[in-house]
Design a protein. Structure first.
Length: 265
């Protein structure tokens, strides 16, 4: 589904026309991991398995704090990195841009949430519960992060997405994806398998790094490095230390694969 965009003029240029990015990006999200999750579940567990998968996907009853973390964690970390780097004197200047939260960040998040739900229904609705049942939670998170980054590879060759492609940039993207999935796996486990919370986190990450960051030019490169250091190193390491590498995984409290539930029944 993503191939026409990749081959178009705003991709690698093999086709003599330009295509809009958002529709193909959204369709590609649903036609990738999520479609695969439903096909495999239907083939292995039938209608009962599909019902179990859908129940996991619509799990929304988690504490309000988790929704606040998903919505505001990334932008507050970004702005906080700017304040730490520039000093307390910069706080009024940065906080004066509060309206961007409603005019830029939240509108982007709402639109992007369609694509991130399209991805996460497969990544954490199906893949993560299956991985954690078979291998250690940390290895599950890193494995999912690597697969997630490789799945994004075509987007590096489309103008307006993740490109331009370079080996160094892509290696960093893999590290960023693996580290991010460690934090998100812990949150997934703490929220008893909420796909919605992870989709919100995913959209919030995109909204902060893609939409909001460009509207806060006063944030220096050192603040961006601090922000990345917190996301890639500090938060994952602290979670690993405090959970002893288990990422709060408890099989009796976290969503299980449809196959496992049907076998127990």
């Amino acid at each position: 589904m993503f191939l026409p965009l990749l081959l178009s003029r705003n991709g690698v240029g093999l086709l003599p026309f330009t295509l809009p990015v958002v529709p193909f990006q959204t369709i590609g999200a649903f036609a990738g991991p999520t479609l695969a999750a439903f096909i495999v579940t239907a083939a292995t567990s039938g209608k009962a398995g599909l019902r179990q998968l859908l129940r996991q996907i619509v799990q929304w009853r988690v504490g309000v704090g988790w929704y606040l973390l998903a919505l505001l964690g990334f932008p507050l970390t970004y702005v906080g990195s700017g304040i730490i780097t520039l000093g307390v004197a910069s706080q009024p200047t940065l906080l004066a841009q509060w309206s961007l939260l409603f005019t830029v960040y939240l509108p982007y998040l709402v639109v992007d949430l369609i694509s991130t739900m399209g991805e996460e229904m497969g990544w954490v609705g199906y893949a993560l519960p299956n991985l954690q049942q078979r291998i250690a939670p940390l290895l599950s998170a890193v494995t999912l992060g690597v697969l997630w980054s490789l799945w994004h590879l075509p987007a590096f060759f489309v103008t307006g997405l993740l490109g331009p492609f370079s080996i160094g940039y892509f290696v960093f993207f893999i590290v960023f994806a693996a580290a991010t999935r460690i934090t998100w796996t812990w949150i997934f486990n703490k929220t008893t398998g909420s796909v919605i919370i992870i989709a919100l986190l995913h959209a919030s990450s995109n909204g902060t790094t893609i939409a909001l960051a460009h509207r806060l030019p006063m944030v220096p490169p050192t603040a961006i490095l601090l922000f990345l250091g917190l996301i890639v190193v500090v938060f994952p390491v602290l979670i690993l230390i405090f959970t002893r590498g288990r990422l709060s995984y408890k099989p009796d409290r976290v969503a299980q694969p449809a196959e496992a539930v049907l076998t127990q029944a």
